[in-house]
Design a protein. Structure first.
Length: 205
């Protein structure tokens, strides 16, 4: 025994798109045996999921946490319709299918990896959490706080939106900034994510 917990991961729901089709590309799901945590990557890298998401999932699995990874089919851009009338997007517009929402809802906790523009981070978070009632950890590059999410009607752990302005089912539990797309995730930020995931109650049930 090496002191490690073996995890079985179904690494591909189907073949990916483009070059490296057997690797993680858009519209693919790597699903673990126990639906504890799901990490969402907006878009893939050149031949694999974006580097921070890969490192985050590796770090969590090393701690014995079961993590699935979903690469969205239409994760680039911003939502075209924040009212929720359209849940599917293609091309430059961000959107998600009912199938992707169902895949997320099977899990207990969501790690949402976003970018470095405040409005994009907030609008994408709002779009996702309108449809899934799941505690969420935001991993992004730009510094952003709970107040900004609450002002947009997104429920958060520390700051509550006005009752008449609540627009999400899910809740932002923690925020980890300073994570750059395509760059190595720092040990400090990786440790923060592991700590947050371990302390959020649903995983202890």
């Amino acid at each position: 025994m090496f002191g490690r917990e073996t995890q079985c991961v179904d690494c591909r729901e189907s073949m990916g798109l483009g070059r490296g089709g057997g690797l993680a590309q858009r519209g693919t799901l790597s699903e673990t045996g126990r639906p504890d945590v799901i990490a969402i990557a907006m878009t893939p890298g050149r031949r694999h999921i974006t580097k921070p998401v890969c490192e985050i999932t590796y770090g969590l699995r090393r701690e014995g946490i079961q993590v699935s990874v979903l690469v969205l089919n239409s994760g680039a851009g911003v939502p075209e319709d924040l009212s929720g009338k359209s849940t599917m997007g293609y091309g430059p517009k961000f959107g998600m299918s009912s199938k992707e929402f169902a895949q997320i809802e099977r899990h207990k906790l969501l790690i949402l990896h976003l970018g470095n523009i405040d409005s994009h981070v907030i609008s994408k978070t709002k779009f996702v959490l309108q449809y899934v009632d799941i505690p969420t950890v935001i991993a992004c590059q730009n510094p952003i706080d709970f107040e900004q999410f609450a002002e947009a009607g997104i429920k958060t752990r520390l700051v509550k939106p006005r009752t008449e302005n609540i627009q999400t089912k899910g809740t932002v539990m923690e925020i980890v900034s300073g994570i750059t797309r395509g760059e190595t995730c720092s040990r400090e930020n990786l440790n923060r994510i592991v700590k947050y995931v371990k302390t959020i109650n649903p995983l202890n049930n």
